[in-house]
Design a protein around this ligand. Structure first.
Ligand SMILES: C[S@@+](CC[C@H](N)C(=O)[O-])C[C@H]1O[C@@H](n2cnc3c(N)ncnc32)[C@H](O)[C@@H]1O
Length: 242
């Protein structure tokens, strides 16, 4: 399970390689993300944020925040404070610029932070979000258990991650797009040829559906459920802390 797929073939650990890769593509990330997904990633974040509505969270942590899109989306919950953390300093820098441009600095703070070693006290946040981040963790269970530690009892966690659709013809279309089209466009636009071949490889090796729910349960998440998105291309995992 979770075979270690790394961006590059060098001796650095996965975390160092992942940070380097996202530093390399930070300048093009937002454009490529929305272009390659045809904007559907925006709808997925909105749908995940709606799951928190009944709980009206006031303190929110967005892990692997990148350029801050999930953190920004969570403002629709009217929280007091949103903190976003990421190990790529260049992604955070692009995100900080965006927050400044949108005048959201009073509510949102983005900074360097590692999911596997969070700087926050236990039981700090009412809600925690991660979009397309957990697949990149060097130590998945360590990251997930650190996330759970900083959530308050009764708080909730939403994780969006790619899945592997199983049904004809979505499976075939998805595999063709992910393996043939996307790496070509990614190579042309971003400065990192490897980033968009790492994407399908890392998705292929990552647990999804029941297998990922098993990991969440093992780590101690409560009431974990999977909500498939776009015929199984991605999933929202929603869980609480006892
Ligand atoms: C595909 S981007 C997703 C960014 C953002 N969440 C979004 O929805 O656009 C994945 C991010 O995970 C970050 N990341 C990977 N491992 C991490 C870790 N251990 N702690 C914090 N961030 C991490 C990467 O640096 C990268 O910015």
């Amino acid at each position: 399970m979770n075979k270690q797929i790394t961006p590059y073939q060098n001796s650095a650990g996965k975390k160092v390689q992942v940070a380097e890769m996202f530093d390399n593509i930070a300048g093009n990330y937002d454009f490529l993300n929305h272009f390659l997904s045809m904007g559907i990633d925006i709808l997925w974040r909105k749908k995940a944020i709606r799951l928190f509505k009944p709980y009206a969270p006031k303190m929110i942590l967005d892990v692997a925040t990148g350029t801050g899109d999930f953190a920004i989306e969570s403002l629709s919950l009217n929280p007091d404070k949103v903190i976003g953390v990421d190990i790529s300093r260049d992604m955070v820098a692009v995100g900080c610029e965006k927050i400044k441009r949108k005048n959201l600095g009073e509510k949102i703070e983005l900074k360097y932070g590692d999911s596997e070693e969070l700087e926050f006290e236990s039981n700090t946040f009412d809600a925690l979000t991660v979009a397309f981040g957990v697949r990149n963790f060097e130590n998945l269970e360590q990251g997930l258990s650190e996330m759970l530690r900083v959530v308050k009892p009764g708080g909730h966690v939403a994780i969006i991650e790619f899945s592997q659709p199983q049904k004809f013809p979505i499976k075939q279309i998805y595999n063709f797009y992910f393996n043939k089209i996307l790496p070509g466009i990614g190579r042309m636009v971003s400065k990192d040829a490897r980033a968009y071949t790492y994407l399908p490889e890392s998705v292929g090796a990552f647990p999804h559906g029941k297998e990922f729910l098993d990991v969440l349960n093992k780590v101690g998440y409560n009431e974990a459920k999977a909500i498939p998105l776009a015929l199984g291309i991605a999933s929202i995992y929603f869980a609480s802390k006892k």
